[in-house]
Design a protein around this ligand. Sequence first.
Ligand code: CDP
Length: 235
Amino acid sequence: MELYKGKTKIVCQGTDENTVILRFTDNVTAFNGEKCEALPGKGETGFAFSNLLYGFLEQNGIETHMVEIIDEATVEVKKAEIVGVEVIVRNVAAGGFVKKYGAKEGTVFDEPVVEFCLKSDELGDPLINESQIRALEIATDDELAEMMRQALKINKLLCALFKKAGIRLVDFKLEFGRYENRLILCDELSPDSCRLWDVETGEKFDKDIFRQDLGDLVSGYTEVFDRLSKTLTVV
Ligand code: CDP
């Protein structure tokens, strides 16, 4: 039974009341849904990439929502109550950070920058600070600290992994959910929600290919997936 149809995925009832089934579509959207297209193969490549990273993170002590991969675009996940903020981690200035604060694209930060954005398509996912999050009762102090701790740990693990694959993890977005009194990593972690640049050439392998009309998005996603899977089999 279909419960909800999002921009890039469909959510269905799971096999019991504690799970839901997510199906990834070929849609790609940018600029808060203003630009939208269906690209054959995009759902599968983004999904395979996300599964690879989630498997790696689980092995390294991060609990995710994953229960079981059903087919090449479908997964059963723990039904969590999604916290109403997106957590953005940045290692290098790009995208919104350049636009909002006038930083030069490509500036490498000494320490990762962590930002929270309110999850609201209507309001365009505005930046929100910790005191505003508390005032709106979106998350508690403990949850904020836990999201920050997990985000920084995930960043460390992923930076090391991508480095071995010759890729720079510029920035990425995470979502957390409440599940049995703890926070777990939810949603996807694919080139839709990361910026990934070739270490040597600076070539972009992520959704900026689509945002900036730079070429074939699915081949960019396939390239990073291939590099990562080789890196992971070597480890
Ligand atoms: O994506 P945009 O340039 O508008 O915003 P950003 O704040 O520079 O995004 C930082 C990172 O978070 C990028 O890798 C985005 O792809 C990702 N992001 C996302 O996946 N979903 C959002 N709603 C916002 C950002």
